[in-house]
Write a protein that binds this ligand. Structure first.
Ligand code: TRP
Length: 329
């Protein structure tokens, strides 16, 4: 059985794009692997969040995960800052991570451009902390999106370098978890390619039916096709893409035909689309509303998760201390 580790930044509520992109697959992944899901609250410090908001953000992600079906009976769910062994490994890995390679990481360059007033060392060493997250459990596989592939590549490099330097075969080189199918990318409702929090075009799992209706109603459309069987502009194709994952094949076919015969009424399509999105999100939303007020449950989940994660982490860090040459007198 493979060990799989998945990390998510604690930046707020999860949306439809997160759900269809990864979350839905995570639920299946739990049955076939030993899974660790953690919330990267230490990583989030690189952008200096308000302490008053940090905890709320962690809670939101945790609640959304649990509500969507990440199961603490099957998987280890924990908060990164509850496992300080990670930070110790991060420090050792940093001794073998070089300025030059860290400075030329794409994510670092992008952040440095976006926040020139706060190019801190934590930002520079973001990839070593991520490597520590993965290597602390000696994970075999990590589900990553395109934007994280370089970090995973660096993790392999750090693992290899550690092994070579100390003459051991201790760390495995983790590979990307392959879901066996193209991940569905959910577009935004504003004609943009991707649904995202920072893009401001997201439908959240926690949105009420009213909010969903409002958001879908606002989606960009036009006066409709004038030629039969014409190619859809991106913003219309986007609505069909969402429909493809939330609606039945019949419904989809109905609107495809209406499009092709130039009889499409966007008002009807949007009404149907909103209804079908609500069908997917409502059961999750109901669980969110229940779980978020259940502090006892959340405390239990995070406490047990931390205990299990630390058990695995402590084993690794004890070995690593010995490998680097620390000895007791
Ligand atoms: N960097 C990841 C992101 O931005 C989050 C993350 C932190 C992570 N540590 C990880 C992902 C370890 C996978 C494994 O999405």
């Amino acid at each position: 059985m493979d060990t799989v580790l998945s990390g998510i930044r604690s930046t707020g509520n999860l949306h439809l794009g997160n759900y269809f992109g990864a979350l839905r697959n995570f639920i299946r992944m739990q049955d076939e692997n030993r899974c660790y899901f953690f919330i990267a609250d230490i990583h989030s410090l690189t952008t200096h969040p308000d302490p008053k908001e940090l905890h709320e953000n962690v809670k939101n992600v945790l609640v959304d995960y649990l509500a969507a079906g990440i199961d603490p009976e099957k998987s280890v769910i924990y908060i990164q800052s509850d496992v300080p062994e990670t930070i110790e490994l991060y420090l050792y890995l940093n001794m073998h991570a070089y300025m030059g390679e860290l400075a030329k990481t794409s994510s670092f360059k992008e952040k440095a451009r976006k926040q020139p007033e706060n190019v801190n060392a934590g930002l520079l060493t973001y990839p070593t902390l991520m490597a520590a997250d993965i290597l602390i459990h000696n994970a075999d596989k990590v589900p990553v999106g395109k934007d994280q592939e370089q970090h995973l590549e660096m993790t392999r490099k750090f693992a290899r370098r550690f092994n070579n330097f100390y003459g051991v075969e201790y760390f495995k080189e983790p590979v990307a978890y392959n879901f066996g199918e193209e991940l569905i990318k959910i577009p935004g409702l504003d004609g943009s390619g991707k649904m995202g929090k920072s893009e401001g075009n997201a439908i959240y799992l926690k949105d009420s039916p009213k909010e969903i209706e409002k958001k879908v109603k606002r989606a960009l459309t036009d006066s409709g096709p004038t030629e039969p069987n014409s190619i859809k502009p991106d913003y219309i194709e986007n609505l069909f893409t969402i429909m493809r994952v939330v609606s039945t094949p019949d419904v989809l076919q109905h609107y495809e035909t209406k499009w092709n015969t130039c009889e499409i009424r966007y008002g009807d399509l949007k009404k149907q689309l909103a209804e079908d999105i609500i069908k997917v999100t409502s059961p999750i939303r109901e669980r969110i509303l229940e779980i978020e007020k259940n502090d006892v449950y959340l405390r239990k989940v995070t406490k047990e998760g931390a205990e299990k994660a630390r058990e695995s982490a402590l084993k690794t860090i004890t070995d690593v201390r010995e490998i680097v040459g620390f000895k007791k007198f």
